[in-house]
Design a protein around this ligand. Structure first.
Ligand code: CDP
Ligand code: CDP
Length: 220
Protein backbone atom coordinates (compact mmCIF):
# COMPACT_ATOMS: atom_id res chain seq x y z
CA UNK A 1 0.00 0.00 0.00
CA UNK A 2 1.11 3.54 -0.75
CA UNK A 3 1.40 5.74 2.33
CA UNK A 4 1.60 9.48 1.67
CA UNK A 5 4.87 11.11 2.87
CA UNK A 6 5.06 12.64 6.34
CA UNK A 7 7.29 15.44 7.59
CA UNK A 8 7.49 15.12 11.39
CA UNK A 9 8.34 18.24 13.38
CA UNK A 10 8.87 17.78 17.13
CA UNK A 11 10.16 20.13 19.78
CA UNK A 12 9.54 21.86 23.09
CA UNK A 13 6.86 24.43 23.92
CA UNK A 14 6.83 27.62 21.84
CA UNK A 15 9.78 26.57 19.70
CA UNK A 16 7.75 27.57 16.64
CA UNK A 17 6.63 24.08 15.58
CA UNK A 18 3.07 25.05 14.77
CA UNK A 19 4.01 28.18 12.85
CA UNK A 20 6.76 26.47 10.85
CA UNK A 21 4.84 23.22 10.26
CA UNK A 22 1.71 24.94 8.97
CA UNK A 23 3.73 27.17 6.61
CA UNK A 24 5.69 24.19 5.27
CA UNK A 25 2.38 22.36 4.73
CA UNK A 26 0.99 25.37 2.85
CA UNK A 27 4.08 25.58 0.60
CA UNK A 28 3.92 21.89 -0.29
CA UNK A 29 0.12 21.69 -0.48
CA UNK A 30 0.23 19.08 2.31
CA UNK A 31 -2.22 18.54 5.14
CA UNK A 32 -1.28 19.73 8.62
CA UNK A 33 -1.71 18.01 11.98
CA UNK A 34 -1.37 19.99 15.21
CA UNK A 35 -1.16 17.00 17.57
CA UNK A 36 -0.78 19.25 20.62
CA UNK A 37 -4.31 20.54 19.97
CA UNK A 38 -5.57 16.99 20.58
CA UNK A 39 -3.99 16.84 24.05
CA UNK A 40 -5.31 20.32 24.75
CA UNK A 41 -8.81 19.17 23.71
CA UNK A 42 -8.65 16.24 26.13
CA UNK A 43 -7.43 18.61 28.86
CA UNK A 44 -10.32 21.01 28.26
CA UNK A 45 -12.89 18.23 28.14
CA UNK A 46 -11.56 16.64 31.35
CA UNK A 47 -11.72 19.99 33.10
CA UNK A 48 -15.33 20.47 32.00
CA UNK A 49 -16.23 16.97 33.19
CA UNK A 50 -14.37 17.46 36.47
CA UNK A 51 -12.14 14.42 35.94
CA UNK A 52 -9.04 14.11 38.12
CA UNK A 53 -5.94 14.56 35.89
CA UNK A 54 -4.32 11.64 37.72
CA UNK A 55 -7.02 9.09 36.85
CA UNK A 56 -5.72 7.42 33.66
CA UNK A 57 -8.64 5.05 33.11
CA UNK A 58 -11.34 7.75 33.26
CA UNK A 59 -9.24 10.01 31.05
CA UNK A 60 -8.70 7.23 28.51
CA UNK A 61 -12.45 6.49 28.41
CA UNK A 62 -13.23 10.18 27.99
CA UNK A 63 -10.68 10.50 25.14
CA UNK A 64 -12.27 7.60 23.26
CA UNK A 65 -15.69 9.23 23.47
CA UNK A 66 -14.66 12.71 22.30
CA UNK A 67 -15.93 13.97 18.95
CA UNK A 68 -13.05 15.99 17.54
CA UNK A 69 -13.08 17.85 14.23
CA UNK A 70 -10.97 20.45 12.44
CA UNK A 71 -13.01 22.58 10.03
CA UNK A 72 -12.03 25.77 8.17
CA UNK A 73 -9.31 26.59 10.69
CA UNK A 74 -11.68 26.00 13.63
CA UNK A 75 -11.30 23.25 16.23
CA UNK A 76 -14.55 21.66 17.35
CA UNK A 77 -15.12 19.52 20.43
CA UNK A 78 -18.48 17.74 20.39
CA UNK A 79 -19.50 20.42 17.82
CA UNK A 80 -18.58 23.31 20.14
CA UNK A 81 -15.98 25.81 18.83
CA UNK A 82 -13.02 25.61 21.27
CA UNK A 83 -10.34 27.13 18.98
CA UNK A 84 -9.52 29.88 21.47
CA UNK A 85 -10.39 28.07 24.69
CA UNK A 86 -7.65 25.44 24.24
CA UNK A 87 -4.86 28.04 23.80
CA UNK A 88 -4.53 29.27 27.39
CA UNK A 89 -1.42 28.43 29.46
CA UNK A 90 -3.66 26.67 32.03
CA UNK A 91 -4.88 24.25 29.40
CA UNK A 92 -1.32 23.84 28.06
CA UNK A 93 -0.11 22.80 31.53
CA UNK A 94 -3.08 20.50 32.08
CA UNK A 95 -2.47 18.99 28.63
CA UNK A 96 1.09 18.08 29.65
CA UNK A 97 -0.27 16.49 32.86
CA UNK A 98 -2.84 14.27 31.14
CA UNK A 99 -0.41 13.49 28.27
CA UNK A 100 1.76 11.37 30.59
CA UNK A 101 -0.90 8.61 30.60
CA UNK A 102 -0.51 5.84 28.00
CA UNK A 103 -4.33 5.38 28.11
CA UNK A 104 -4.80 8.90 26.74
CA UNK A 105 -1.98 8.64 24.19
CA UNK A 106 -3.24 5.30 22.88
CA UNK A 107 -6.76 6.66 22.39
CA UNK A 108 -5.34 9.42 20.14
CA UNK A 109 -3.23 7.24 17.83
CA UNK A 110 -6.00 6.46 15.31
CA UNK A 111 -7.11 10.10 15.01
CA UNK A 112 -3.53 11.11 14.22
CA UNK A 113 -2.97 8.38 11.62
CA UNK A 114 -6.21 9.53 9.97
CA UNK A 115 -4.51 12.78 8.94
CA UNK A 116 -2.05 10.93 6.70
CA UNK A 117 -3.79 11.45 3.40
CA UNK A 118 -2.61 12.31 -0.11
CA UNK A 119 -0.59 14.25 -1.16
CA UNK A 120 1.18 14.30 2.22
CA UNK A 121 1.22 15.48 5.82
CA UNK A 122 3.23 17.81 8.02
CA UNK A 123 2.68 16.83 11.66
CA UNK A 124 3.96 18.67 14.74
CA UNK A 125 4.15 17.61 18.38
CA UNK A 126 6.42 15.72 20.75
CA UNK A 127 6.36 12.15 19.43
CA UNK A 128 5.56 12.54 15.73
CA UNK A 129 8.93 11.11 14.63
CA UNK A 130 9.46 8.65 17.49
CA UNK A 131 6.03 7.02 17.89
CA UNK A 132 3.24 8.17 15.57
CA UNK A 133 5.04 8.38 12.20
CA UNK A 134 8.36 6.54 12.68
CA UNK A 135 8.60 6.12 8.89
CA UNK A 136 8.44 9.90 8.26
CA UNK A 137 10.54 10.88 5.22
CA UNK A 138 11.92 13.88 7.16
CA UNK A 139 12.23 14.25 10.94
CA UNK A 140 12.98 17.67 12.37
CA UNK A 141 13.67 18.55 15.99
CA UNK A 142 12.87 22.25 16.26
CA UNK A 143 14.19 24.08 19.29
CA UNK A 144 15.22 27.46 20.73
CA UNK A 145 16.53 28.75 24.06
CA UNK A 146 14.09 28.90 27.00
CA UNK A 147 14.33 32.71 27.01
CA UNK A 148 13.52 32.97 23.30
CA UNK A 149 10.59 30.60 23.67
CA UNK A 150 9.12 32.36 26.72
CA UNK A 151 9.36 35.66 24.85
CA UNK A 152 7.66 34.18 21.78
CA UNK A 153 4.80 32.71 23.79
CA UNK A 154 4.40 36.01 25.70
CA UNK A 155 4.07 38.07 22.50
CA UNK A 156 1.72 35.50 21.04
CA UNK A 157 -0.64 35.56 24.03
CA UNK A 158 -0.62 39.36 24.36
CA UNK A 159 -1.37 39.73 20.64
CA UNK A 160 -4.42 37.50 21.13
CA UNK A 161 -5.57 39.57 24.11
CA UNK A 162 -4.86 36.71 26.53
CA UNK A 163 -3.35 38.01 29.81
CA UNK A 164 0.19 36.77 30.47
CA UNK A 165 3.28 37.46 32.61
CA UNK A 166 6.75 36.75 31.25
CA UNK A 167 8.14 35.41 34.55
CA UNK A 168 5.18 33.03 34.99
CA UNK A 169 5.53 31.87 31.40
CA UNK A 170 9.22 31.10 31.91
CA UNK A 171 8.37 28.93 34.93
CA UNK A 172 5.44 27.20 33.18
CA UNK A 173 7.63 26.50 30.20
CA UNK A 174 10.39 24.93 32.27
CA UNK A 175 7.85 22.84 34.20
CA UNK A 176 6.30 21.64 30.93
CA UNK A 177 9.71 20.94 29.30
CA UNK A 178 10.75 18.84 32.30
CA UNK A 179 7.51 16.84 32.34
CA UNK A 180 7.46 16.30 28.56
CA UNK A 181 11.09 15.13 28.50
CA UNK A 182 11.09 12.91 31.59
CA UNK A 183 7.83 10.98 31.22
CA UNK A 184 7.88 7.25 30.52
CA UNK A 185 5.34 7.27 27.67
CA UNK A 186 6.57 8.88 24.45
CA UNK A 187 8.92 11.46 26.00
CA UNK A 188 10.16 14.40 23.96
CA UNK A 189 13.43 13.16 22.44
CA UNK A 190 15.52 13.87 19.38
CA UNK A 191 14.37 10.84 17.37
CA UNK A 192 16.78 8.57 15.53
CA UNK A 193 17.64 10.25 12.26
CA UNK A 194 16.10 13.61 13.20
CA UNK A 195 17.77 16.83 12.06
CA UNK A 196 18.05 19.52 14.75
CA UNK A 197 17.00 23.07 13.85
CA UNK A 198 18.01 25.66 16.47
CA UNK A 199 15.83 28.71 15.81
CA UNK A 200 16.75 31.18 18.60
CA UNK A 201 18.45 33.35 15.98
CA UNK A 202 16.29 32.42 12.99
CA UNK A 203 13.30 34.22 11.52
CA UNK A 204 10.19 32.21 10.75
CA UNK A 205 11.00 32.39 7.00
CA UNK A 206 14.52 31.08 7.57
CA UNK A 207 13.23 28.17 9.65
CA UNK A 208 10.60 27.31 7.03
CA UNK A 209 13.23 27.45 4.27
CA UNK A 210 15.58 25.14 6.18
CA UNK A 211 12.83 22.52 6.47
CA UNK A 212 11.90 22.87 2.78
CA UNK A 213 15.57 22.50 1.76
CA UNK A 214 15.93 19.36 3.86
CA UNK A 215 12.75 17.95 2.33
CA UNK A 216 14.05 18.68 -1.19
CA UNK A 217 17.28 16.90 -0.35
CA UNK A 218 15.39 13.82 0.89
CA UNK A 219 12.93 13.85 -1.99
CA UNK A 220 14.77 15.18 -5.07
O1 CDP B 1 3.86 25.29 18.18
P1 CDP B 1 4.85 25.86 19.16
O2 CDP B 1 4.32 25.92 20.55
O3 CDP B 1 6.17 25.18 19.11
O4 CDP B 1 5.16 27.35 18.73
P2 CDP B 1 4.33 28.37 17.82
O5 CDP B 1 3.03 28.63 18.47
O6 CDP B 1 4.33 27.96 16.41
O7 CDP B 1 5.28 29.65 17.89
C1 CDP B 1 5.37 30.50 19.00
C2 CDP B 1 5.55 31.94 18.53
O8 CDP B 1 6.91 32.11 18.12
C3 CDP B 1 4.69 32.35 17.34
O9 CDP B 1 4.02 33.56 17.66
C4 CDP B 1 5.68 32.57 16.21
O10 CDP B 1 5.29 33.62 15.38
C5 CDP B 1 6.96 32.86 16.92
N1 CDP B 1 8.17 32.45 16.20
C6 CDP B 1 9.21 33.32 16.04
O11 CDP B 1 9.09 34.41 16.52
N2 CDP B 1 10.36 32.97 15.39
C7 CDP B 1 10.52 31.77 14.88
N3 CDP B 1 11.66 31.43 14.24
C8 CDP B 1 9.47 30.86 15.03
C9 CDP B 1 8.29 31.23 15.70
O1 CDP C 1 2.02 24.88 21.92
P1 CDP C 1 2.89 24.13 22.86
O2 CDP C 1 4.14 23.63 22.22
O3 CDP C 1 3.10 24.78 24.15
O4 CDP C 1 2.10 22.82 23.29
P2 CDP C 1 1.28 21.88 22.37
O5 CDP C 1 2.08 21.36 21.23
O6 CDP C 1 -0.02 22.50 22.07
O7 CDP C 1 1.06 20.63 23.36
C1 CDP C 1 0.50 20.75 24.66
C2 CDP C 1 0.99 19.61 25.52
O8 CDP C 1 0.50 18.39 24.95
C3 CDP C 1 2.49 19.44 25.57
O9 CDP C 1 3.08 20.09 26.68
C4 CDP C 1 2.70 17.94 25.67
O10 CDP C 1 2.75 17.52 27.01
C5 CDP C 1 1.46 17.35 25.06
N1 CDP C 1 1.74 16.76 23.73
C6 CDP C 1 2.20 15.46 23.69
O11 CDP C 1 2.38 14.84 24.73
N2 CDP C 1 2.42 14.85 22.50
C7 CDP C 1 2.22 15.49 21.34
N3 CDP C 1 2.43 14.86 20.20
C8 CDP C 1 1.79 16.84 21.37
C9 CDP C 1 1.57 17.45 22.58
Amino acid sequence: VFLPPVIAIDGPTASGKGTVASLVAEKLGFHYLDSGALYRLVALASKKEGIDPHHPQELGDLTQKLLISFKNGLILLNSEDVTEAIRTEDIGLLASTIAVHPEVRQALVGVQHGFRVSPGLVADGRDMASVIFPDAILKVFLTASVAARAERRYKQLIAKGIPAKLTNLLEDLQERDARDSSRGAAPLVVADGALVLETSELSIDQAVQAVLDWYQAKNP
